[in-house]
Design a protein around this ligand. Structure first.
Ligand SMILES: C[S@@+](CC[C@H](N)C(=O)[O-])C[C@H]1O[C@@H](n2cnc3c(N)ncnc32)[C@H](O)[C@@H]1O
Length: 283
């Protein structure tokens, strides 16, 4: 792992994550032999608007059961499993964090979904897959930690079959800078690399994709965080939540995200892009 991403890896490396989640489920009175994708939703969908957004992306993606999809920056695999469950397709998730991938694998076994859902720990910039391997790709809120976005997009394009679709749900910059830190994806500015949405769009096309759909979802993100308050005193945390993934200062991070959204410092987009067929055939 290169020096410049070691601190990002450390940020996403809590100790003993799987057991903390299992303890939480037990405290909530869940029968561990009957855990469902829904039961894990408070902790395993680490992106703005959680499961609601995942379901919208599933509709947008139009992936079908015979497809094999890559989830880039899958975290602990919540949306990876949801995608497999809702569409019937096979999904492989990759993430930089070994701890997240270990947790993703164990949760997937707990849900008995390992035949259709698998995981690998690796960087999105060096995917261990052949060219033109996947029928589709999706990536939910990972780009913020990636400085070389063109290299990432080119690598994504490389592993996708010609004609295949990639769906991205991403936080971008906006007209104001700098950001308030910490935010859910970064403790400080050394881990956060946001491009304004129009420049992110340019990177996607420079990597070889055609943009099919482009939706600005900033207003929905603003609504989702409208009630985030500056925390006072000891945090009052739920039994299960994404604080288990990135620390007990999650309420400060949510409050800063709310301010960044409302002051036009960040934006939120979803997009569906296609790898043109001529990219592989040279026609
Ligand atoms: C905000 S979380 C989103 C996780 C997941 N997509 C979800 O929605 O639940 C960002 C994820 O990107 C991963 N990540 C950051 N940089 C990465 C890279 N270069 N390669 C692969 N994963 C990366 C992190 O480890 C983290 O799991």
């Amino acid at each position: 792992m290169t020096k410049d991403i070691k601190h990002i890896h450390s940020y996403y490396s809590p100790n003993d994550l799987y057991n903390k989640i299992i303890d939480g489920l037990a405290k909530m009175g869940k029968d561990l032999s009957k855990i469902t994708v829904d039961d894990l939703q408070p902790v395993d969908e680490f992106h703005i608007r959680g499961d609601t957004a995942t379901r919208e992306l599933i509709e947008l993606a139009e992936f079908t059961p015979e497809m094999h999809i890559l989830d880039v920056g899958c975290g602990i695999g919540g949306s990876t499993r949801r995608l497999a469950q809702e569409t019937g397709c096979r999904v492989t998730g990759i993430d930089l964090s070994d701890e997240y991938i270990d947790t993703a694998k164990r949760l997937t076994q707990l849900l008995k979904m390992q035949e259709r859902v698998s995981f690998d720990a690796c960087s999105a910039l060096e995917l261990p897959f052949d060219d033109n391997f996947f029928d589709g790709v999706w990536s939910l809120q990972m780009n913020m930690n990636v400085e070389d976005k063109l290299a990432w997009m080119k690598e994504t394009c490389r592993v996708l079959k010609p004609g295949g679709r990639a769906v991205l749900y991403e936080v971008c910059g906006n007209t104001n800078t700098p950001l308030y830190f910490p935010v859910p994806w970064a403790q400080d500015s050394s881990m956060s690399f946001l491009l304004p949405a129009n420049l992110f769009r340019d990177v996607i096309t420079a990597a070889g994709f055609d943009i099919e759909v482009w939706h600005d979802k900033t207003d929905l993100a603003q609504k989702a965080f409208a009630n985030a308050k500056e925390p006072v005193g000891e945090p009052n945390l739920p039994i299960l939540g994404v604080y288990l993934l990135v620390g007990n200062d999650i309420q400060t991070k949510a409050y800063n995200l709310h301010r960044n959204l409302d002051e036009d410092r960040v934006s939120l987009i979803e997009t569906a892009v296609v790898k043109p067929v001529f990219a592989a055939t040279g026609i």
